[in-house]
Design a protein around this ligand. Sequence first.
Ligand SMILES: *[C@@H]1O[C@H](CO)[C@@H](O)[C@H](O)[C@H]1NC(C)=O
Ligand SMILES: *[C@@H]1O[C@H](CO)[C@@H](O)[C@H](O)[C@H]1NC(C)=O
Ligand SMILES: *[C@@H]1O[C@H](CO)[C@@H](O)[C@H](O)[C@H]1NC(C)=O
Ligand SMILES: *[C@@H]1O[C@H](CO)[C@@H](O)[C@H](O)[C@H]1NC(C)=O
Ligand SMILES: *[C@@H]1O[C@H](CO)[C@@H](O)[C@H](O)[C@H]1NC(C)=O
Ligand SMILES: [Ca+2]
Ligand SMILES: [Ca+2]
Length: 633
Amino acid sequence: MALVPRLTLLLVALCSLLAPCLAANHVFTNDFIVKIQGGDNELAHRVARRNGFINRGPVVGSADEFHFVHNAIPHARTKRSILHTRKLKADPQVHSAFQQLGFRRVKRGYKPLKVENLVPLQSIHSDRDPTDPYFDYQWYLKNTGQNGGKPRLDLNVEAAWAQGFTGRNVTTAIMDDGIDYMHPDLRHNYNARASWDFSSNDPYPYPRYTDDWFNSHGTRCAGEVSAARDNGVCGVGIAYDSLVAGIRMLDQPYMTDLIEANSMGHEPNLIHIYSASWGPTDDGKTVDGPRNATMKAIVRGVNEGRNGLGNIYVWASGDGGEDDDCNCDGYAASMWTISINSAINDGSNAHYDESCSSTLASTFSNGAKDPSTGVATTDLYGKCTKTHSGTSAAAPEAAGVFALALEANPNLTWRDIQHLTVLTSKRNSLFDAKHRYDWHMNGVGLEFNHLFGFGVLDAGAMVALARDWVTVPPRYHCQAGIYQTPRKISVNETIEIKIETDACAWSDTEVNYLEHVQAVITLNASRRGDVELFIVSPMDTKSMILSRRPNDDDSRDGFTKWPFMTTHTWAENPRGTWRLMARLNSETAEEGWIKEWTLMLHGTREEPYAHLPVKDPHSKLAIVKKAHQDKKI
Ligand SMILES: *[C@@H]1O[C@H](CO)[C@@H](O)[C@H](O)[C@H]1NC(C)=O
Ligand SMILES: *[C@@H]1O[C@H](CO)[C@@H](O)[C@H](O)[C@H]1NC(C)=O
Ligand SMILES: *[C@@H]1O[C@H](CO)[C@@H](O)[C@H](O)[C@H]1NC(C)=O
Ligand SMILES: *[C@@H]1O[C@H](CO)[C@@H](O)[C@H](O)[C@H]1NC(C)=O
Ligand SMILES: *[C@@H]1O[C@H](CO)[C@@H](O)[C@H](O)[C@H]1NC(C)=O
Ligand SMILES: [Ca+2]
Ligand SMILES: [Ca+2]
């Protein structure tokens, strides 16, 4: 498998593109990544001490890079500390020293909703329902139509519990603003060994108090995954016998690459799933993603974490609403994260939902107005809430469902989890409130939607298929083609560029069954936000890889080797002609240039589901297998 070189290539691509966004308004922190010749921790301590620094230890996943801090430098300043850096670099044992930039990462949907006169619910207890007082408010677990919701539009968790799976021995890390680990609904499921506080460098990721309870986000997410059952407190977690770890990393003045990398690489053999409900600012004009060290940590997590099976990174797709596009968020758009959008209790998308072709599936979150349709879960200081919200609330639900699947089959790899998600998510009654994005069928019969990915997670179906699962064949990375002649884009005219590919047939990176597809694109435009991009697969599946972003008025940076990703062509055969379509959607005259398009195909050479038994002839598995059989010969 030619894994390493290709991954490195993508790494370089993503980082070089970030250079432009780092050009303006720098903030420099008191954190340095220092590379030490022949690095060991003892030597690093000595080097740090003789230069007036403290060595905080090795950078996760690196043998010779260390995290240094200096006592005399403020946490954030606008100037580079040239003298300190120069002193370090003059040390004969120091190979390189980089002062860490500070940047913004925001929680998704932390804003508390006003709670007014919650309507008391009718009791819906059946014998097997949990007895927890808030269970009736957890419509996303069991939707009986309470508060105007659609009956059976839920995560179907009771069907997974009924098969005996409750998340035992699976740990989910909540990367956030801390966890109230003394909460009576969480403390018995708290995994202290796998927890850490990167915001203040200690083992206790307890949330910092503020009057407005701003730091309640992580605690609320934790309860969705792992609140205890039948204990008379709050509600119940989706995987109520699983463990949660707290990784506190959002509560310091600025984010750094080091904090993100250390968080995403923390205890990768103790932690199975990492859940993130934050990202670059959702202002509809930011284009940003993981920096160098973080990218390395993610790649290492999926390749080496969980003793080689790969960590599962679950990502909230974003709260920027229809004016943002989650393919401009390098975390959500990554192949190595599972990006989760949300639907509300009637099946429509929430007003804050972003759309993009990299979203894999959806769970549930709060609706626009009715406070009793929020997400009920644990809250700070032993309390409960009914109003957790945003795609923030959606990502931990997915983490909980994946914890159930991992208990059902601990051998699942990070890719198996994505395949299971594709095959068991349901359209149910999800729809676009504004009727812009319909459901479409891809070339092998899988239904997808630009807002919801492959639909809403179904815990019962996922666990059942996980039990029978046979690990998918090896993954290959095929660079299918590269287009490099500048092409002008104008208003009211769609240009089309073609790449014809044999998908690396007869080479050692042949891909016959797709997983992710990336269109790595360099372009500029007089107004970046007016550019719309689509790719069409040889099986005629059209993905919108960039939608119009009215607030993005960039005219300088454009996109530099940005990896736009689509999941919509999953399981298709990639051989044939791929088309890239570009246009500027504007009232006024604009112009732009597509400068480069590299088509990257990721998937398997062998049929991925050949060894799986088909139990239900109407299942998506049956449909895809039949499509694969029909296309053979
Ligand atoms: C990030 O990685 C790229 C490619 O390896 C390198 O050119 C660049 O200098 C790195 N940036 C930092 C800040 O280390
Ligand atoms: C639970 O997980 C630990 C660590 O991954 C493992 O060593 C142990 O065997 C597991 N126990 C069970 C009962 O699966
Ligand atoms: C996991 O893999 C091991 C070794 O390949 C095998 O013995 C075990 O039965 C598998 N467990 C499940 C649940 O598939
Ligand atoms: C975009 O690139 C083209 C070709 O390199 C150049 O002529 C044009 O001035 C650039 N436009 C903008 C808006 O930067
Ligand atoms: C593009 O077409 C729309 C609708 O036909 C029109 O209103 C707009 O003025 C056109 N834009 C330009 C720059 O010609
Ligand atoms: Ca409880
Ligand atoms: Ca966003």
